[in-house]
Ligand binder design. Structure first.
Ligand code: BGC
Length: 266
């Protein structure tokens, strides 16, 4: 199977680091022009854009807070100005503000819901409007457009001490499936990726030392994931190779969602 995303334009939110950066790099390697969205970290986003351009690809970095309607509108307008089209949205921006539920501030609840859930709504809506405007792109992609929501195993697995995060990802699941049900007939494909423990900055602490040993007990496949594990799936879901995949969540978690604690219990 050879995957090419040549002539396609991908916008990846939260792409200055972690899973977003990995996805942007892989999409560019597959031939897509890539819009690298960042919120506060312009420098690594610009660096990544430079790296892609030096390798012969097309990339541009654009700042925007995905939880703000006007900034999302500006992000998409700038992306279209730069590359003319949009074929792929990877709605990846996300953050954690952890605390026991009784101590959780309303501000931390709101921030997580606004970025992880409202941000995905705003970006998906902007992408859908652009797909409708530009219509079919024959010879470029079988689908009129593709949206990939970055969810988490915690759309399924409850997570004590992270109720805001788990609620946001549970929301992403039904957001994704409701959009997929609504726009499938327009030949727009909508799916999610639900990563488990991946070695990125968001879980730096959990993937080293004693914490790593504890974490590995939750992963039947016996290793922490890498950003490339997720990036490869992003490229596949964005390509015609997955053209019949719609409204699905692909868990990339080494089996974390198999509830491995039940192997010798229950
Ligand atoms: C979180 C990580 C966590 C993983 C598995 C992800 O969604 O961002 O911090 O390690 O889920 O629990």
């Amino acid at each position: 199977m050879h995957i090419s995303l040549k002539q396609q334009v991908a916008l990846v939110t939260g792409a200055s680091s972690g899973l977003g950066a990995g996805a942007a790099r892989a999409l560019a390697a597959a031939g897509a022009a890539v819009v690298i969205n960042y919120n506060s970290h312009a420098e690594p986003a610009e660096q990544l854009a430079n790296e892609i351009r030096s390798a012969g690809g097309q990339a541009i970095a654009i700042g925007a807070d995905v939880s703000k309607e006007d900034q999302v509108e500006h992000l998409f307008a700038e992306a279209i100005k730069a590359f003319g089209f949009l074929d792929i949205l990877v709605a990846n921006s996300g953050l954690q503000k952890d605390s026991p539920i009784a101590d959780m501030s309303l501000a931390d609840w709101n921030t997580v819901i606004e970025v992880n859930l409202t941000g995905q709504f705003l970006c998906a809506r902007a992408a859908l409007r652009q797909f409708a405007k530009q219509g079919d792109r024959p010879g470029v992609s079988r689908a009129v457009g593709k949206i990939i929501h970055m969810s988490s195993v915690h759309q399924l697995i409850p997570w004590a001490g992270h109720a805001n995060y788990a609620a946001s990802k549970g929301g992403v699941d039904l957001l994704m499936r409701s959009i997929a049900q609504e726009v499938g007939q327009q030949r727009i494909r909508v799916n999610s990726i639900a990563p488990g423990a991946i070695r990125t900055a968001i879980n730096e602490e959990a993937t080293h030392g004693a914490a790593l040993e504890k974490l590995l007990k939750l992963i039947p496949y016996g290793r922490v994931g890498d950003a490339e594990d997720v990036a490869n799936a992003v490229v596949w879901l964005a390509s015609d190779a997955s053209d019949y995949v719609h409204g699905t969540t692909l868990f990339i978690d080494g089996g974390m969602s198999l509830y491995p604690e039940f192997r010798d219990n229950g």
